[in-house]
Design a protein around this ligand. Structure first.
Ligand code: C2E
Ligand code: CA
Ligand code: CA
Length: 576
């Protein structure tokens, strides 16, 4: 129902049907509609206006429009109304943001308002449309929340974190107060996701978010950057030690295993810590440095934190350079395999060879595998590299067999290579391609790699074994083998690490250990290779205690294939 003043009543009487239709339209309009005189007095209000304001339509008529404003704004608004009356103009919706209307119950409602003039035969009045923006505002807020927060954990997201960081940086530099960033990456989260499924993975992330948040203070910002990467901004530290203390607390908070859907899951993370202004003063550099430090923490054995230092940058650049050059070497044939003889302890004859990678870079010179293999492993380059090693070694073993000197060739497999998909299939294809007898190939996998996930190791080794190749457990003694697993792995040989062989002639403790390994291996019908034999006394010891085979500089270093063949030839000549 539309309520009018006398003015409107007169008008309405004079226009008949048209007015009754207009009245119905006004009454049912989705926006609030008011007619206001030039003094600011409400002449007419429709039902929607009543709903928005909480007054009845009747009660509104005769009231000043200032009822919709807090008292402090009344005088000013009234002046605005007067000036509007003198210079009337149209104002469409959307022109002014953040308008609000004070409801009868004192609650403020977000609205949008348009103004226009209405000229009747006698007077001019202002037509006011009032649109309730509550729903729109709520949606806007929701959208803003979604754009700035991580939907899983409800933490600030990457974009929003950058806003916080930029503000905090400006403040830190202005006030000369240090600020710290702690970049945390969960350890082995991928295995949790793969092993228990994504639903459990999500619950873990949520649990981690709660635990981390519980350690922090109000002024700190905790954000999820994506995946299993979180970041903490500490805007109020006095010295670096404050930040390292928080890092320790965050790691301790992850120390307890999480119980998710009946599974007890071990948590852990690695943190990279960087400080402004000491390390850098802009967001991008700080984040890059935090990342470097985090990788350092991972490399240092995980579950720990590392504080950025300038030398990390130089090391990182050097690593990247090596990575680039290595890629180039792989593409342009700059890599070579050398072969170190494996010698029968009793007969002194060469019975096998271990293939070892050699890289001579035109600019950087000779680079040892201990330096470039970990870089290849971290960058994923190890897969094409390993493939190349496997091909070359299979080809070489086939060539030696054809030449009448069949020799078993050992191929080293890094962790990532070993766990890559379709390894057995690829190896099978290569054996077939070159006509290499499978028994001439022995894969070497380190004890620590094998023990990282013994169940998976067992399955992978079985698959490889079915090809007919041998499996050697490399660097034996440096990992923590469980005997139970050792028994279950289909391995053929143990290679005792150099660190145990070198001191056997001097230190009784090491001699005891090597004797024990020999006894154990023989009880399990495994043959044993001693690595790194450099002295005759060591060889004597090994002979005395029944070691089967050795390799080391005492006999020969790893040699290019042609030199290796010369050594073999010499042996053949001696035999004849
Ligand atoms: P590893 O498998 O334990 O290889 C034995 C290492 O001991 C070789 O080092 C070898 O040159 C060295 N060595 C042999 N005899 C002696 C000795 O009497 N005294 C001393 N001090 N050292 C001796 P290298 O060639 O530098 O390789 C180091 C490591 O790099 C290897 O350790 C292996 O883990 C890795 N590696 C080498 N080639 C490959 C490869 O083709 N693929 C993969 N994934 N890793 C490789
Ligand atoms: Ca090896
Ligand atoms: Ca070894």
């Amino acid at each position: 129902m539309v309520r009018t003043t006398e003015y409107y009543g007169e008008h309405s009487r004079s226009s008949g049907l048209l007015d009754s239709v207009a009245g119905a339209i006004i009454a049912s309009a989705p926006d609030g509609i008011m007619l206001v005189d030039l003094n600011g007095t409400i002449l007419l209000a429709n039902e929607t206006m009543a709903q928005i304001s909480g007054y009845s339509a009747e009660a509104l008529v005769g009231l000043p429009v200032e009822v919709f404003l807090p008292p402090a704004m009344h005088t000013r608004h009234h002046a605005n109304v007067r000036s509007h009356a003198q210079h009337p103009m149209r104002r469409p919706m959307g022109r002014l943001g953040n308008l609000s209307l004070l409801r009868r119950d004192g609650i403020s409602v977000p609205v949008d308002i348009s103004l226009s003039q209405c000229q009747t035969d006698k007077r001019i009045a202002t037509v006011v449309f009032v649109r309730d923006m509550t729903g729109v505002k709520r949606m806007e807020q929701q959208m803003q929340y979604q754009a700035t927060h991580d939907s899983l954990t409800g933490l600030v997201n990457r974009w929003m974190f950058h806003q916080h960081l930029n503000l905090a940086l400006a403040q830190s530099l202005r006030q000369r107060r240090p600020l710290a960033l702690l970049l945390l990456d969960l350890d082995d989260f991928k295995s949790i996701n793969d092993g228990y499924g994504h639903a459990v993975g999500d619950k873990i992330l949520l649990e981690v978010a709660h635990r981390l948040a519980a350690v922090l203070r109000g002024a700190d910002t905790l954000a999820r950057l994506g995946g299993d990467e979180f970041i903490v901004l500490l805007p109020e530290i006095l010295e670096v030690a404050d930040a390292t203390q928080v890092a320790s607390k965050l790691l301790a908070a992850l120390g307890r295993p999480a119980l998710v859907d009946g599974n007890e899951i071990q948590l852990g993370g690695s943190i990279g810590l960087v400080v402004c202004p000491r390390d850098a003063q802009d967001a991008e550099t700080l984040l890059r440095y935090a990342d470097m430090a985090m990788y350092r923490a991972k490399a240092a054995g995980r579950g720990t934190f590392a504080v950025y230092s300038a030398s990390m940058g130089a090391q990182m650049r050097e690593k990247l350079q090596l990575q680039e050059r290595l890629k180039l070497a792989l593409e342009t044939g700059g890599l070579m395999l050398h072969y170190q003889p494996q010698v029968d302890v009793l007969s002194g004859r060469i019975i096998g060879a271990e293939a070892l990678l050699r890289w001579h870079d035109t600019e950087l010179g000779e680079i040892a595998p201990a330096r470039f293999i970990p870089i290849a492993e971290a960058s994923g380059l190890i897969l094409p590299l390993g493939e190349w090693v496997m091909r070359s070694a299979c080809q070489q073993a086939a060539a030696w067999a054809r030449a009448g000197t069949p020799l078993r060739v050992g191929i080293n497999l890094s962790a990532r290579q070993f766990r890559q998909q379709r390894l057995a299939q690829r190896l099978g294809e290569q054996l077939a391609e070159f006509g290499t007898p499978a028994e001439l190939i022995e894969l070497e996998i380190t004890e620590s790699e094998a023990m990282a996930d013994p169940q998976q190791t067992k399955d992978l080794l079985r698959e490889l074994c079915q090809l007919g190749v041998g499996i050697a457990l490399d660097d034996f003694g440096t990992g923590y083998s469980s005997l139970a697993y050792l028994r279950e792995f289909p391995i053929t040989r143990l290679k005792i690490d150099r660190a145990f062989i070198q001191p056997i002639a001097e230190r009784e403790a090491d001699a005891t250990l090597v004797r024990a390994v020999l006894a154990l291996a023989h009880a399990m019908h495994l043959s044993v290779v001693a690595e790194g034999v450099e002295q005759t006394k060591q060889l004597d010891f090994l002979r005395e205690h029944g070691c089967d085979c050795y390799q080391g500089w005492l006999f020969s270093k790893a040699l290019p294939a042609t030199q290796f063949e010369a050594l073999l030839g010499l042996q053949l000549v001696q035999k004849v």
